[in-house]
Design a protein around this ligand. Structure first.
Ligand SMILES: Nc1ncnc2c1ncn2[C@@H]1O[C@H](COP(=O)(O)OP(=O)(O)OP(=O)(O)O)[C@@H](O)[C@H]1O
Ligand SMILES: [Mg+2]
Length: 255
């Protein structure tokens, strides 16, 4: 018997333009509760814009973005409400440099969720333990490695008790030897059942952790399916070309 699924994110006919640059040209995408969806695709294909439309960092021109059954466009006058169930982790960690790790993880809990400081600190400590940084609560971001800073950013997002985590290339600003520790944290979250929508260039990670892989190019979803279907056995020419390039970057062809 297949377990019942709940749709957490339902995107239909999403369009977004910047001037006459039609970046998203009609995206239909659903994310079920507990699902890990990895979005891959070439630079400029609209991956970040798609993610940013889900938490209203960009306002869609057309189409519908439903999160937990709510049309997020209706929440445009209450951005905190639109985002309170959605954690976002960016390529750049965006930590407050003047605040120690613990405060970085409590400030939004207190301002947005109105948690009292002791409760916010308790939640922050639990999540810093979760990402392996329980010993760093008093450190300042500048004294941490990039991998550690990104794990703080993940703990900060988790401390908001999100229903959904968005990741936009969370490892691409990291030195190669630091990528693994961040992916390991994300893998654990996936195993714990966190719903995640992840833009990534890490094909091995996507192959291993994603329930579904979505390939975007030119503002549309070209194909989607299991990692086996999309990464190992792509059907579309555009997907094949992209994967050939990312899986074997030394195979340079001049077209
Ligand atoms: N705020 C903005 N104003 C104007 N143009 C934008 C804005 N954000 C994105 N764009 C344009 O939209 C297109 C898609 O950008 P987007 O960042 O979504 O691509 P991407 O797939 O995430 O690329 P990358 O892999 O390089 O991160 C690009 O042409 C970009 O220049
Ligand atoms: Mg991007």
């Amino acid at each position: 018997m297949t377990p019942p699924t709940t749709t957490l994110v339902e995107i239909t006919g999403l369009r977004k333009s910047f001037g006459d640059n039609h970046v998203l040209q009609g995206i239909d995408l659903t994310v079920e509760q507990g699902e890990v969806v990895c979005v891959i695709g070439p630079s400029g294909s609209g991956k970040s814009t798609l993610l940013r439309c889900v938490n209203l960092l960009e306002y869609p021109n057309d189409g519908l973005v439903m999160v937990r059954g709510e049309n997020i466009a209706d929440l445009n006058n209450n951005l905190d409400e639109a985002r309170r169930h959605i954690g976002m982790v960016f390529q750049q960690f965006n930590l407050f440099p003047h605040l120690p790790v613990l405060d970085n993880c409590t400030i939004a809990q207190m301002t947005v969720l109105r948690r009292e400081r002791p409760e916010a600190e308790r939640v922050a400590r639990v999540n810093l333990e979760r990402v392996g940084l329980g010993a760093k609560v008093t450190a300042y971001p500048a004294h941490l490695s990039g991998g550690q800073q990104q794990r703080v950013a993940i703990a900060r997002a988790l401390s908001m008790s999100p229903a959904l985590m968005l990741f936009d290339e969370p490892t691409s600003a990291l030195d190669p030897e630091l990528v693994g520790e961040v992916l390991a944290v994300m893998r654990t979250l996936a195993e714990e059942g966190m719903t995640m929508l992840i833009v990534t260039h890490e094909m091995a990670f996507a192959r291993e952790v994603a329930d579904r892989v979505v390939f975007m190019d030119g503002g549309v979803i070209v194909e989607q399916g299991s990692p086996h279907e999309v990464i190992s056995n792509p059907q579309q020419e555009r997907t094949k070309t992209f994967l050939k390039r990312v899986l074997d970057p030394t195979n340079v062809t001049t077209a």
